[in-house]
Design a binder for this molecule. Structure first.
Ligand code: DC
Length: 227
């Protein structure tokens, strides 16, 4: 290699709930030796914090104060907010129901953008809703991963049953549709394919097939590009 440095790859994966983003992102990151960032978990952690402090989505000043100097840290598969491990708390239905409302707010998104960018110094596979459109518009590879709502609801339903939880398919389908609509129609950083992204519809694809596409794109780029 020349004395030029190989720039670490930045890969974004956006898409609606249940498209398989985090599973695929985690595997692709491991195969490519890159860190993985689950930004949905960050929005969930902030939602947990604001609910814990009894701050409603309408209380802009209180939200700004609560998020000033917020710290979000990751270790293995755990996430902590202001030093408190909230890995289990952020997956409860309380957080599920509230996360879309809090994550649509400007003070919340403003507080988290720098924090997400800081994670990208050594390259990254980041999944979320606005990774390729807002947070990392210059990413090397941008993926928009989607699937039919019925298929996504079916996956969530099976996941819940596998965890031994109660699940109603119709209820999950409604939740998936409602959350998509909300995330796509919000004013700030709505869910939509980024300019120059590769759109992957995983309805009839396995996790391995989706991961292979992303890893191949990354390897192709790595083989050809030095800064
Ligand atoms: O990926 P997830 O289901 O854990 O995300 C939870 C919510 O967080 C989702 O409804 C929208 C929001 N979110 C966001 O607004 N922007 C991101 N980059 C990631 C998630």
């Amino acid at each position: 290699m020349s004395d030029k440095m190989v720039r670490p790859l930045l890969i974004t994966i956006d898409g609606p709930a249940g498209a398989g983003k985090s599973t695929v992102a985690k595997i692709a990151a491991e195969k490519l030796g890159l860190p993985y960032l689950d930004t949905g978990a960050i929005y969930r952690a902030v939602t947990w914090l604001l609910k814990e402090e009894d701050i409603a989505p309408s209380e802009t000043t209180n939200i700004e104060a609560a998020l000033e100097g917020i710290s979000v840290s990751f270790s293995e598969d755990r996430i902590a907010v202001n030093g408190r491990d909230v890995t289990d708390e952020i997956r409860t239905s309380d957080v599920d129901v509230a996360v879309s409302s809090y994550s649509a707010l400007k003070p919340v998104r403003d507080a988290l953008i720098g924090l997400q960018r800081e994670q990208a110094l050594k390259g990254l596979v980041a999944d979320g809703r606005d990774m390729g459109t807002v947070v990392f518009p210059d990413a090397d590879i941008k993926i928009f991963l989607t699937a039919d709502a019925a298929e996504r609801a079916k996956r969530r339903y099976k996941e819940r049953l596998a965890r031994g939880e109660k699940a109603e398919y119709e209820e999950i389908l409604k939740y998936v549709n409602d959350r998509d609509l909300y995330d796509m129609n919000r004013k700030i950083a709505p869910l939509r394919p980024a300019l120059g992204c590769v759109i992957l519809d995983s309805t009839n694809m396995s996790i391995e097939q989706v991961t292979d596409v992303i890893v191949s794109l990354a390897e192709e780029l790595r083989g050809t590009r030095v800064n």
